[in-house]
Ligand binder design. Sequence first.
Ligand SMILES: Nc1ncnc2c1ncn2[C@@H]1O[C@H](COP(=O)(O)OP(=O)(O)OP(=O)(O)O)[C@@H](O)[C@H]1O
Ligand SMILES: [Mg+2]
Length: 271
Amino acid sequence: MRIYAIANQKGGVGKTCDTVNLSAALAERGQRVLAIDWDPQGHLTEAIGAQPAPSGSGAANLPRALLGEWRGELSDLVQQAAGGLYVVPTSDDMFLLEPLMYAKVGREFLLSRFLDALVDVFDAVVIDCPPSLGALNDSALVAARKRPAEDPVQGTILIPVQAEDSSIRALRLFLRQVTTLQDGLEVRFDIAGLVVNLYDPRKGRIATSTMEAFQNHPLGVLAVFKDLKEVRESWRLHTTVFDHAPDSEIAHGFRALANRLDPELAPAAAS
Ligand SMILES: Nc1ncnc2c1ncn2[C@@H]1O[C@H](COP(=O)(O)OP(=O)(O)OP(=O)(O)O)[C@@H](O)[C@H]1O
Ligand SMILES: [Mg+2]
């Protein structure tokens, strides 16, 4: 099982879009994929047409499960959504989780322990991170940490960015947090690279020079997605670009991204 954290504390850079459509691309390749709505805003739940989980004391939802206040079957937490994906949706209790996590020893590993137990159930877990550098984000990164080669769970981090000046500073801050976690928790991360979203070269020098900076960045650029209508259309239809526009440029772009991340896996059509 590979755990992908789609993370950047900067808002609106395409984290949720990348989570939905990378998940769909992996599912199209025959993988059993679980997408986790780890942002209390609940955008992933909405984008993919899932229902928010119930909230309140004893409710079956992810935060209560992580805090040990609910013990039940995994199937009560997971919904089937568009494109054959499985999703752990948001709930109003997601807003309580982060403050409560600060009181927990080992909070950074809460999500990791939960996901590691799914190793026989899913091939890929994709986490839609919140736009902040708090305990939620930290725990998603830790869940997606690099493991020893023989570990049946592996982790990868993808950083969505937008080609504008503020993204460069945001990236620096993000990488500083990554270093802090690596040093403080003695974990290691495998950052696969940057995913540039909403790219529009007509925006001129700001867009093109920032893109150049990303391309020269040691992390490298994994994919570039233009500002394409199919993304917004599929969001409005509560589905993935694979369902809505399977032959679109953006769907092919996500197929190429999935192939780059997991080249050993034969595409579904070829198997
Ligand atoms: N390639 C694209 N083409 C067109 N629209 C896009 C593209 N990528 C993302 N969007 C749109 O841009 C908006 C922001 O994207 P998204 O919600 O995925 O960003 P985010 O980083 O998850 O935001 P937040 O930080 O608020 O969680 C959404 O309305 C989304 O539909
Ligand atoms: Mg989001």
